[in-house]
Design a protein around this ligand. Structure first.
Ligand SMILES: *[C@@H]1O[C@H](CO)[C@@H](O)[C@H](O)[C@H]1NC(C)=O
Ligand SMILES: *[C@@H]1O[C@H](CO)[C@@H](O)[C@H](O)[C@H]1NC(C)=O
Length: 464
């Protein structure tokens, strides 16, 4: 049996969430064949090998199974086959363990073990699943690095229940322990799971703080629904902006369009997947202000009701919405066409249009160019993966790619500025979840490495 120990320090951040669901992570190991995640940490092992100059027998093309488990940090295991050098063995089965831990810096330990002649039976995912199911529930790794559990007789965790009761009060939930006890119990369960995730997010310690947000009693599915299912369905083509004339090296240290009056107050989309409409109006509000000097708060409900390229509360895209605004002829204001957080019949009144747009453009995926464009032209509509936002309280989020897939954009928001704090560059992002979420309704996230795919769908309207 040969062990090869590798270690490497990574300077980026790590958060224990997966695309497959927040909640499944806290129990037994999650068995997955998620191509992006696999690629990500096979790269990691390769990097560790290169760093230490070791020749570990790792070959990603022969993976038979992979698992991930939340321990103190994240424990990944990859099972794979390597050809044997001696004649009486065709393939050996190897197990690579990668433990990623939140220490002073993020520490990654990889360990490779090859001791099994694969002819004795390949360890498949199915067998692994069985092995885990037949074990007692309190499997190794469960709850390590999370909160210590102290269950009272009635099934409530005495460490968590007081937070839940406080939460119900401060977010004015309609259920209560005495009033609607079935809902109370259901919601408590969701809250307890989310509470533990939130705790572990903080223990992982990137620059952001995670806490009890208004989404604390939302299951992962409910949270996803709130964002916008179907957000990525592109219907219309959008021309690319010419970024070549921008002075990328001469941009200001920081920009904040809020200070220049180009941004309206933070709004709240409610329980409607209309983030795309808020992202769009935010951009148009800024463009109109910069061309005409007047900041109107514009109507998302007009887009929810009348934009036939998009799907109202079921999702949409800013690039579609710009075309619809051109077709409709303009946008009414928030007060003339108020927000209802529901799909309603289109009741647009052209006489009430206060703004119109002439065109729209897709912007570069280069964050330096995006910063230069923003500094010169105003707030930018973007798509983002909102995995990290459910429990966000403040600070600069910087999740690792595996935990915030840049290809899974599910939320539409607005970049209103950028800056640097203690050497960490960040974007300032206006969200549409009300001013009592995040940093007074805003989110800050790392600028420069495409975190959560924020650079993948940057667009703007053009107002002549
Ligand atoms: C990995 O395995 C595949 C398939 O057996 C082979 O084609 C490839 O050359 C191997 N790569 C390395 C680096 O050994
Ligand atoms: C921009 O659109 C407005 C409203 O449709 C129109 O009045 C104006 O002429 C357009 N500007 C240009 C330069 O096409």
């Amino acid at each position: 049996m040969d062990y090869i120990r590798l270690s490497l320090l990574v300077t980026c951040c790590l958060l224990p969430l997966t695309k497959g669901g927040l909640v499944g992570l806290l129990g037994a190991p999650k068995i997955f064949p998620e191509p992006e995640e696999l690629t990500e940490y096979t790269n990691l092992i390769n990097e560790a090998q290169n760093t230490d100059g070791l020749d570990a027998p790792f070959n990603a093309s022969r993976i038979v199974c992979a698992t991930k488990q939340l321990v103190f940090g994240n424990l990944f295991k990859i099972y794979y086959l390597v050809p044997c050098s001696d004649d009486d063995c065709a393939f050996k089965q190897c197990e690579a363990k990668v433990l990623v831990q939140p220490l002073q810096k993020y520490s990654v330990h990889a360990e490779v073990k090859c001791d099994q002649d694969a002819r004795d039976g390949v360890q498949t995912c199915k067998q692994l699943k069985k092995a885990h199911q037949s074990r007692p529930k309190r499997s190794v790794g469960n709850n390590i690095g999370v909160v210590t559990m102290e269950k009272s007789n009635d099934g409530y965790d005495t460490n968590i229940k007081p937070y839940f009761d406080e939460f119900i009060k401060s977010y004015e939930r309609e259920y209560s322990e005495s009033g609607n006890s079935e809902v109370y119990q259901q919601k408590y369960k969701v809250f307890e799971k989310n509470f533990k995730i939130m705790k572990s997010l903080n223990e992982m310690g990137d620059n952001a703080v995670y806490g009890i947000t208004k989404f604390m009693d939302y299951s992962y599915d409910e949270y996803k629904k709130y964002l916008a299912p179907g957000f990525t369905k592109q219907l219309v083509s959008i021309r690319e902006a010419d970024m070549s004339s921008l002075d990328v090296n001469g941009i200001p240290e920081s920009v904040d369009w809020r200070e220049k009056g180009a941004v309206t107050a933070v709004k709240n989309q409610g329980q409607c997947g209309s983030c795309w409409a808020f992202s769009t109006t935010g951009n148009v509000e800024g463009q109109w202000f910069l061309k005409h000097g007047k900041l109107w708060s514009l109507s998302e409900q007009e887009l929810v009701d009348c934009d036939s390229l998009d799907q109202g509360c079921n999702g949409g895209l800013p690039s579609n919405a710009y075309k619809s605004i051109e077709k409709l002829g303009g946008l009414e204001t928030e007060s003339d066409y108020p927000y209802e957080a529901a799909n309603e019949k289109c009741s647009v009144d052209k006489a009430d249009f206060k703004v119109s747009i002439n065109d729209s453009v897709a912007l570069s995926k280069d964050e330096g160019e995006l910063a230069a464009w923003l500094a010169k032209n105003g707030p930018i509509s973007i798509g983002i993966n909102a995995n990290m936002m459910q429990f966000y309280f403040g600070g600069i989020a910087h999740p690792w790619k595996i935990f915030c897939n840049p290809k899974s954009l599910d939320h539409g928001v607005l970049i209103v500025g950028y800056g640097t704090e203690n050497g960490t560059p960040y974007w300032i992002i206006k969200n549409s979840w009300g001013p009592n979420w995040g940093e007074k309704g805003y989110y800050r996230i790392y600028r420069g490495d495409g975190s959560c795919g924020l650079n993948q769908m940057a667009t703007s309207s053009i107002v002549d």
